[in-house]
Write a protein that binds this ligand. Structure first.
Ligand code: ATP
Ligand code: FE
Length: 351
């Protein structure tokens, strides 16, 4: 099957064409500069930018894939969860294309897109364990089929990516915070500031990162009060201490998640990561070591498929269509859409 995917649930306008396990094109227009002055994504600005850019993204994705609409077998679009204005822009664009061409259409859960990415890149077998860790999400899922997910736990407050971004702001480092904090942490002393590891010893896989944000703020303020500013060394030590705390929590909770997953006795146990924070070298290395010890394959898809993109949406749509599923043109965009329930049919969904 050859599927066009469309994604516009947050601040990336994306279109891609996937054929089987090949990504024929993967176009992503970011909006970072549009939101830069506001300290976060402004939903109204995002929705307008999506509406303006979607047609171009689709055209470019088709042109890079050297295909016409008529060469496709179907269209998949993110139908939620996300900022509703953006999701609606994408859904409207996809419905228009489907109505004009008669191509089958499916609405895809954005999180399912992330969760199924290791099947696109590495063709791994169900059930596998996934850690989705990004600017907006942090959760462990056992992926049992394209529409069956068991959530083992996740953050009860903020996502680690958001904490990295906040830490970068506190330390005067550039956004996005993940890469700049990681860079600063490289020469830092992770033991200089003993930061909390919330919920570390609690059973289960739940995590919390909001207390860590407060702790890094206090640690910074204490240094600033003492020395009237931060030296580069202080910056590095704060960054390293923060990164070590996040890594410790993620690795310990992954250890517990792997234990629960292995109780299902999967034939070929695999653990996959997705989301921008998975790019972090220290976190990645810790997870890799843990998997090696547990005899579980470690899958890390390339970063451009781990952060928001439309290839993952096309692929999730492909799995749905391969299972004979299709939505009619009346399905709605959903601002909230949890994954850990057997996919309930969307409003107006026809099979
Ligand atoms: P979501 O996809 O959950 O809606 P998002 O768009 O913020 O949220 P991604 O694009 O997957 O998520 O990831 C971006 C996040 O990843 C940012 O918070 C960024 O700081 C973080 N990040 C990127 N690189 C690194 C890194 N090397 N170390 C730690 N965090 C990182
Ligand atoms: Fe995402």
């Amino acid at each position: 099957l050859t599927i066009l995917g469309i994604e516009s649930s947050c601040d990336d306008t994306a279109a891609a064409v996937v054929r089987g396990n090949s990504v024929l094109s993967n176009v992503v227009y970011g909006q970072t500069s549009l939101h830069a002055d506001f300290g976060g994504v402004v939903p109204e600005i995002a929705a307008r930018a999506h509406a303006e850019k979607l047609d171009h993204a689709v055209e470019e994705a088709l042109s890079i894939a050297q295909l016409k609409l008529a060469d496709l077998d179907g269209i998949a679009v993110t139908a939620g969860p996300g900022l509703i204005g953006g999701v609606l822009s994408g859904v409207m664009c996809a419905k228009g294309l489907a109505a004009a061409t008669g191509l089958p259409l499916v609405g895809v859960n954005h999180l399912a897109g992330h969760a199924l990415t290791p099947r696109l890149t590495d063709q791994i077998a169900y059930p596998y364990l996934m850690l989705l860790v990004s600017g907006g999400h942090c959760q462990f899922l056992i992926v049992k089929s394209h529409d069956e997910y068991e959530r083992l736990g996740g953050t009860i407050d903020d996502a680690p990516g958001e904490a990295f971004d906040k830490t970068a702001r506190l330390l005067g480092l550039p956004q996005p915070g993940g890469p700049s904090v990681e860079k600063a942490a490289a020469d830092g002393d992770p033991k200089r500031f003993p930061l909390p590891r919330p919920l570390f010893n609690q059973a289960g896989c739940d995590m919390s990162f909001s207390g860590l944000k407060t702790a890094i703020l206090r640690a910074r303020d204490a240094v600033v009060a003492e020395k009237n500013g931060l030296t580069v060394k202080d910056q590095s030590d704060l960054a390293a201490s923060f990164q070590a705390a996040v890594a410790d929590v993620l690795i310990e909770k992954t250890r517990r998640a792997v234990d629960s997953y292995l109780r299902l006795s999967p034939d070929a146990p695999s653990f996959a990561i997705a989301g921008g924070v998975a790019a972090n070298g220290a976190i990645r290395q810790g997870l890799m070591d843990l998997c090696q010890k547990a005899n579980v394959s470690f899958i890390a898809p390339p970063l451009r498929l781990c952060t928001d993109n439309a290839a993952m949406i096309a692929y999730a749509g492909l799995e749905k269509m391969a299972a004979g599923e299709q939505d009619d043109l009346s399905f709605s965009a959903r601002p909230r859409w949890p994954l850990d329930q057997r996919a309930t049919p969307m409003l107006g969904s026809g099979k």
